[in-house]
Design a protein around this ligand. Structure first.
Ligand SMILES: Cc1cc2nc3c(=O)[nH]c(=O)nc-3n(C[C@H](O)[C@H](O)[C@H](O)COP(=O)(O)O)c2cc1C
Length: 253
C-alpha cells in the first residue's frame, strides 16, 4: 500500500477483528516500522510488550471494565468527555472533530431517533454521574472489555524513563518520540490489512496504571503509555473526519 493511502485509510477500529492470529511476519514488519521512528538524541525510549496469551488479555480486560464503570460515576470525567461527543453524523462532519457518541455508548432507541433530546443532557453531563452510580457504565464497560479480551493481539507500549534525553525539555521530547513510534506502527499495520485501536480507558487513572504495573511486575521507571488492540479486518474500516486546512495551517504568520 502506498504511504499516503495508509495515512488516510488508517482508522480507529472499534469493532471485533477477524478471529485469526496476526502472523509473525506481519508482527515483525510492524515492529521494524516502529524501530525506525525518530526520537530525541536517538534515545529510543520505547519498549513493546506483545500480548497474545489469554491470561494477560483477561487481566487487562478486567481492569478496563472496572475502570470504565468507575469513570461513569465521575461527573468531571463526563463533563470533559461530553465536549467532544458528536450527536449526529451531520454535526460530526460539519465540525470535523470529536467522536460520534453512538460509537462509544449504546443509546436507548428514543435517543437514536431524536438525538437532539440528548443536547441538554450533554451540556450538563456531570449530572449523568447519577446514572453512572446506578450502573450505566456497565454496558460500555462490558463491550470495550470484551473487545480487549477477544483481540488477537494487544500491544502495551511502554516508555523506559531511564532513557530520558538531556535537558529541561527531555521528558516532552521523549513523549513526542513515543508518538512517532506508535504512528509508524499504526501505519505499517494499516498497510498490512491490520486494524488498530487505542484503548485508553485502563490507563486513564494513575491507580489503574499502578495496577497494570503490578500485574506485569514493571519497575517504576516504566511509564505505561498506550494499550493497542490489533487484528485483521475484512472490510472498509469506515469514515473519519478532520478539520479543514484553514483551521490549522498558517502561511507566513
Ligand atoms: C493518544 C490517543 C488515545 C486514544 N484513545 C482512544 C480510546 O481509548 N478509544 C478509542 O476508541 N479511540 C481512541 N483514540 C482514537 C481517536 O479517537 C481517533 O484517532 C480519532 O477519533 C480520529 O479517528 P480515526 O483514528 O478513525 O481517524 C485515541 C487516539 C490517540 C492518539
Amino acid at each position: 500500500m502506498d504511504l499516503f493511502d495508509a495515512i488516510t485509510q488508517r482508522r480507529s477500529h472499534r469493532r471485533q477483528f477477524r478471529d485469526e492470529p496476526i502472523s509473525q511476519a506481519h508482527l515483525d514488519q510492524m515492529i521494524e516500522a516502529a524501530r525506525w521512528a525518530p526520537s530525541p538524541f536517538n534515545v529510543q525510549p520505547w519498549e513493546l510488550s506483545i500480548i497474545r496469551n489469554s491470561a494477560s488479555k483477561n487481566a487487562l480486560a478486567k481492569i478496563t471494565e472496572a475502570s470504565i464503570i468507575e469513570q461513569f460515576k465521575d461527573g468531571r470525567f463526563l463533563d470533559d468527555n461530553s465536549r467532544w461527543m458528536r450527536l449526529t453524523d451531520a454535526e460530526w462532519q460539519k465540525r470535523g472533530d470529536g467522536v460520534r457518541l453512538t460509537e462509544h455508548v449504546d443509546l436507548p432507541p428514543i435517543f437514536l431517533k431524536h438525538p437532539d433530546k440528548l443536547k441538554p443532557l450533554l451540556k450538563n453531563a456531570r449530572h449523568l454521574s447519577i446514572l453512572g452510580h446506578l450502573g450505566a457504565g456497565r454496558m460500555p464497560a462490558n463491550e470495550i472489555s470484551e473487545l480487549v479480551r477477544s483481540s488477537p493481539l494487544l500491544i502495551m507500549v511502554l516508555m523506559n524513563c531511564k532513557r530520558r534525553p538531556p535537558g529541561e525539555g527531555g521528558l516532552r521530547w521523549m513523549w513526542l518520540g513515543m508518538g512517532a513510534m506508535i504512528q509508524n506502527l499504526l501505519l505499517a499495520a494499516t498497510a498490512l490489512g491490520i486494524g488498530t485501536q487505542f484503548v485508553s480507558a485502563p490507563l486513564e487513572r494513575s491507580s489503574d496504571r499502578k495496577r497494570i504495573r503490578e500485574l506485569f511486575n514493571l519497575p517504576d521507571f516504566y511509564e505505561v503509555i498506550s494499550l493497542l488492540r490489533l487484528g485483521y479486518i475484512d472490510s472498509d474500516p469506515g469514515e473519519s473526519v478532520r478539520l479543514p486546512l484553514k483551521a490549522f495551517v498558517r502561511y507566513d504568520e
